[in-house]
Design a protein around this ligand. Structure first.
Ligand code: SF4
Length: 170
């Protein structure tokens, strides 16, 4: 299994919507998504200003936000995507584990002012390995997974792209 085929963002999108992950992987991006990425960058700059180590590039392959002692840290605006955040963190912990670094994860939600700890135990390792394998299978498909209809779609950068008929009132 080529674990380098996917990134932390792929994992996050995988948990939210496999179609979103596929579109992102093919380089189909929307303006709105750029705004969100910028918003995240500003948040990260602010959140990690007291840490010496931030935005670490591991083996030129993937970036993690910050390492604070025994923890990898991620800061999110809100806890709307808890499972996706969890899976993304597991992905980073697993990647570090593959390189002999045993870390735990901390995800801080600024809006709710709470922090969740994530541990890469055997069950979570199995979970993230299965998710990576399935994500690779989806990415290897020549066409994207079908459109899903969820309340999240309206907040998704690909909304107009996926729901064009509805947007045009057809
Ligand atoms: S709009 Fe809905 S179906 Fe389309 S990529 Fe986003 S979440 Fe997936």
């Amino acid at each position: 299994m080529d674990v380098m085929r996917v990134s932390g963002i792929h994992m996050h999108y995988y948990a939210v919507c496999k179609r979103k992950m596929w579109l992102f992987d093919r380089g189909i991006t929307m303006e709105h998504e750029h705004d969100r990425v910028l918003e995240g960058k500003v948040l990260h700059e602010y959140a990690y200003r007291h840490l010496e180590v931030k935005e670490i590039l591991i083996d030129n392959a993937f970036k993690i936000d910050a390492i604070d002692g025994e923890h990898v840290r991620e800061v999110k605006l809100s806890s709307k995507m808890t499972y996706a955040d969890f899976l993304q963190m597991l992905f980073y912990l697993y990647q570090l584990d593959l390189r002999g670094l045993k870390k735990k994860g901390l995800i801080s939600y600024t809006k709710e002012r709470k922090t969740e700890e994530v541990i890469l135990d055997e069950a979570n390792k199995k979970r993230v390995k299965a998710a990576i394998a399935d994500a690779i299978k989806v990415l290897d498909e020549s066409s994207p997974p079908p459109v899903i209809k969820r309340t999240y779609c309206k907040r998704c950068a690909y909304y107009a792209f996926c729901h064009a008929g509805e947007v045009n009132g057809e």
